[in-house]
Design a protein around this ligand. Sequence first.
Ligand code: ACO
Length: 432
Amino acid sequence: MDQKKATLTLPDGKIIELPFIEGKMGKPAIDISQLSQHGLHTYDPGFMSTASCGSAITFIDGEKSILLYRGYPIEQLAEHCDFLDVAYLLLNGELPNQNEKTKYVSEVKKHYLLHDQLNSVFRGFRRDAHPMAVMAAVVASKSAFYFDEMNVYNRNHRKISANRLIGKVPSIAAWSYLYNLGRPFNYPRNDLSYAANFLNMLFSSPTQDYEINPVLVRAFERILILHADHEQNASTSTVRLVGSSGANPFACISSGIASLWGPAHGGANEATLKMLQEIRSESRIGEYIERAKDSTDSFRLMGFGHRVYRNKDPRAEIMRKTCHEVLSELGLENDSIFKLALKLEKIALEDDYFVKKKLYPNVDFYSGIVMRALGIPNSMFTAVFALARTAGWIAHWNEMFVADNLKIGRPRQIYKGKLLRNVSLDRNVSKD
Ligand code: ACO
């Protein structure tokens, strides 16, 4: 059967045939990679219509609200797996069997401890520095610890880097917060699960043990699983772009953290809670809805909308359920922020503006409320997201080297600057 092709007719009548490229699921794409041979390139700000790579890691159908990691529905993974199962799956393509899991957990835990010299890196920051700023810098600084023996084109070196990153990022995230509070750095504990170890580092102190509550640990585990990957979002694309030059993996992950920090991406959970705290009372919801609809006001309803989900975000439903579980475990069913969130969601979902634009709550609408109930402060929300997404970033970074057509990422541009001109010998001449 002939391969399906699109034809492009240029103004001079020349016709270029462009093949369709089919994935295993989802819509086919037009392969424009050969256009440069014709001296042409395409324009697509925000990559609204552009697939940047082929990937076997995550599949999203935004119309049908489907999210699969390596073929498994997010709902099943959130129900039956822990975070290290999911990290292993993202990286290796299969869920681990019992032996593989035991080996993987022990490999990751081997890397829990941070180099003692990192203490000095942390202490170089102002006390009030945002944990994301500290995290991005400290993760990047790790590239100075692991560079000479690191060859990104070597599969085994990439595997060690992946384990190091998954192992060390929880300690870096927890220490970024403890430094901010002026509390002593807690060491990781190998006897705890990945999620419990992080919560313990965050909340225990030399004078007071942290009481580990399995319901809360499970909720936190779910936050990690739901945020572990989401195909070619801004931060993952950043990691791939930086990684495509052969850069050190710690530097690549640090670039992902920087990208994630923005309020339009990972910063949305922090921004959502701030927004709910600012709205304060149900009587003021209408005012904020009107502001979100006003095209002259830059305000947006945080935790609403998504580039890919034009229907419900499947993660939001799981987070909503988790929210109920956590609040009931803690006896906070009447939490005013949660009630406000439910009311705001209801009003927005019945409003024509949100219905027509297909704007639904995304995962971050509820994850902030869960984290607040767990005692995690606002400033750490995005750091938790970064901790989870490290698994996805490292899986994509690794996949990029396995792909057979790895090229350095280098988009083109439409030049909009000055035409060719000469440097004037008299700079006092007026510049019109
Ligand atoms: N509140 C009000 N209006 C909105 C919102 C919102 N949250 N989101 C989108 N819109 C409107 C836009 O104003 C635009 O209207 P227009 O067509 O009249 O200009 C239309 O819906 C389409 O929005 P775009 O910004 O073009 O959509 P895009 O796909 O580029 O943006 C994004 C998606 C960034 C997530 C956006 O919906 C947003 O800013 N949401 C709030 C921030 C947020 O919750 N981010 C978390 C994303 S999920 C994650 O990172 C885990």
